[in-house]
Every structure is written in structure tokens, then in C-alpha cells.
Ligand binder design. Structure first.
Ligand SMILES: [Zn+2]
Length: 75
């Protein structure tokens, strides 16, 4: 028998250099946190630069973990 766990993640993009980032959705949507881009140093708001929100499912199998996209979350 396998066990499952879920993670709600948000994909964001640096408005300056276009680098992609992924973070937990509570951090992006609920906290509306600012982050600093590791590539160009720009500080930007994650929520304002949100591209997609995705629900991931982690299935713990005999010798590892399988990760799949359950669905895209739209507000
Ligand atoms: Zn950047």
C-alpha cells in the first residue's frame, strides 16, 4: 500500500530577467512575500508575478517517491 502527500506550489517569474522560480503557494498567495532574484538581484513581489498555481501529488512507493501534477489551480 502506498501513502500520498500533496503540495500546492506557485510558479513565479522575475519581472526583470525572466528567471523562473517555484515556491509554496501559502508563501506566495497568503503571505504575498517579496523575494530577491538570485540571478539579477531584483526584489519583487511573488504574488504580483505569479504565473501558475499547481497542485502536486507525492506518492511514496517502495523505493522512492513519485511526483505528479494533480491539477492546475485557478482562482
Ligand atoms: Zn531576475
Amino acid at each position: 500500500m502506498s501513502e500520498e502527500a500533496y503540495l500546492d506550489v506557485s510558479i513565479i517569474r522575475c519581472p526583470n530577467c525572466r528567471k523562473l522560480y517555484i515556491d509554496s503557494s501559502w508563501y506566495v498567495i497568503d503571505m504575498e512575500s517579496d523575494i530577491q532574484c538570485g540571478e539579477c538581484g531584483e526584489v519583487f513581489n511573488t504574488r504580483k508575478n505569479l504565473l501558475k498555481r499547481i497542485l502536486l501529488k507525492f506518492t511514496f512507493i517502495k523505493n522512492g517517491v513519485n511526483v505528479e501534477i494533480v491539477r492546475e489551480i485557478t482562482d
